[in-house]
Each structure stands twice: as C-alpha cells, then as structure tokens.
Ligand binder design. Structure first.
Ligand SMILES: [Zn+2]
Length: 200
C-alpha cells in the first residue's frame, strides 16, 4: 500500500513538473519531423521530411540571431525515433520543445496551419505561436489544439507540435515549395516563442 502511495506521489510530482513554465528559458529544442526512410506526408516529389528540416534550420538561424541557444534533434535526412527525440529534449531544463511538421489528408480541399499542445504550459506557448504563425503567413487559422502526440505528451518541457500547412492541398503545396513561405513559418514560430517568453 505504501509503495502504491509513493508511486502516486511521484507520478503527481512528475505531472506537475511537466506543466511548469520554463522560467527564463534560453534554449529551444527544435524537432524536425520524420527523416530517413520516414518521409512523412508526401505528394509527388514534395516530402514533409524535407520541408520540416528546411523550416527547422531557418527557425534555428532566426532564434540564434535573437540570442537563443538551439538544439536540433536531427540535422540532415536520417531517421530518429520518437523516444530518441523526446530524450534529447528532456536532457535540458529551462528549455522549450518545438516539433515542426507539415500536414497531409486525403481530403484535398483541407488547408491551414495548426499548433498542438499537451500540457497546460504547452497550451500557452501554442497559443502565442499559432497567433504569430497566422499573422506571418496570412493563411487559414486551424487554431491551437490539444493532442496526445508522442513527442509532446512525453516531453518534460513546455512542448508544441506545429503543422505548417497541408502537403495534400494544391495551393498550400505550391506555397510550401517557396523558401519565402518556409521562412515566414520560421519567423512566425520564432515571434511566438519571443512573445511567450515575455509573458512569463
Ligand atoms: Zn509529420
């Protein structure tokens, strides 16, 4: 009985820790989705894994210029498992975790940007980032939403997962192919991070 109680207390403390703000965080863990044999969403020669890596690198450059430290879970086209991605992020304290993806659905008309969170602190971060993203890209707002995706559910940091538009939507796919659009996404995420940090 005592053991069970101890486990419960530990579990409760862990749950609390995961929703605490990373006060004065200076480090952003950037997680480019997919990679290697895992292409992610794909339409013709447009692969989510390439878009995610390029946008992540752009985000890293912007954040560095702003004075942040950055950690990348992958730097080129290789496979990193979801537990490995989480483990890389969870090594850091006073940090946040930002996973970058692009969306896919068989409903070709669906378009827009969305940002997912799991913890309460992740929710605050997601709301800032989503608002800045829509401002920078002037595209359809699919809002900040709760989801149980592995990397945000298991992160001990305030964590979000950004979906920067639908590879399966023709108009959005054409925009994604341009560096300007990927730069606008990176700028939107960076601006949202900055606004979130100022709010702490
Ligand atoms: Zn993805």
């Amino acid at each position: 009985m005592k053991t069970i109680l101890r486990h419960l207390v530990v579990a409760a403390l862990c749950a609390m820790a995961s929703s605490v703000a990373a006060a004065d965080f200076r480090t952003v863990v950037i997680d480019a989705g997919h990679g290697g044999h895992d292409n992610g969403g794909q339409w013709g020669k447009v692969y989510e894994k390439h878009l995610a890596l390029d946008t992540s690198t752009r985000l890293e450059n912007i954040l560095k210029r702003m004075g942040y430290q950055t950690v990348m879970t992958r730097r080129s086209d290789y496979f990193v498992s979801l537990p490995q991605r989480v483990a890389i992020g969870n090594r850091y304290k006073n940090a946040i975790f930002v996973s970058l993806h692009f969306n896919y659905t068989w409903k070709e008309h669906v378009c827009g940007l969305e940002t997912f969170y799991y913890s309460r602190e992740g929710q605050r971060l997601a709301q800032y980032v989503q608002r800045s993203l829509v401002r920078q890209t002037r595209t359809v707002d699919r809002n900040a939403k709760y989801a149980r995706y592995y990397v945000i559910r298991n992160s001990t940091l305030p964590a979000i997962l950004v979906e920067g538009g639908f590879v399966s939507n023709e108009r959005e796919r054409e925009r994604m192919k341009s560096g300007d659009f990927r730069e606008a996404i990176a700028r939107g995420v960076a601006d949202g991070i900055q606004r979130y940090r100022r709010s702490l």
